[in-house]
Write a protein that binds this ligand. Sequence first.
Ligand code: DX5
Ligand code: ZN
Length: 215
Amino acid sequence: MIKISPSILSADILKLEEEVKLLDKNGADYIHIDIMDGHYVPNITFGPNIIKSLRQVTSKILDVHLMIKPVEKYINEFVEAGSDIITFHPEADDNPEEIIKMISDAEIKAGIAIHPKVNITDIDHLFSKVQQIIVMTVKPGFGGQKFMNDQVQKIKDLDEIRKNNNYKYDIAVDGGVNNENAKICKDNGADVLAVGSYLLSQNQNNYSEIIKSLR
Ligand code: DX5
Ligand code: ZN
């Protein structure tokens, strides 16, 4: 079954504990945490402390999406804070192989994210080494943007590459996911949907129903 990873990017920070507990209770599989540095992307969000705090209030998988440059020098802090999956953008540092190894050696899942401007063929040498690949369907940096239909082909290609090579990664889709395009993602091979504004803008009483319908 496809997994739902609500992104807390558009949550009310003052009510974050309550929000995460509600998402947890209403069927979220992961909690997606967007880390932005004002350098790799124009926006600034959280540091490793948020992972540490969230670790206290949920046992769900903490799905950490690093949109930072450089990456390597911050990995240990995000590991120690309690991340379960760390996904980064390989073009944001010199040695993505080494970063994947650091994350894997810490016995958590390593992921890479594909910026819309990055081609699959630029990074396919990393595919055998990771447990998650995020296809970005918006330009990273902000929640609430429109889903880029032209990135769907990457989901399909990743699914085919996975089958042909017996690779084990999950395919995640992140950006502008809603009830209209969730099925397109799923039909093309997605395993995980990161969902921000579409879910968090709804009445909290409906979270369970919306998460089910996204699945
Ligand atoms: C965008 C982030 C996404 C974002 C998703 O840079 O990586 O995870 O929070 O939010 P929506 O679903 O609103 O596009
Ligand atoms: Zn994200």
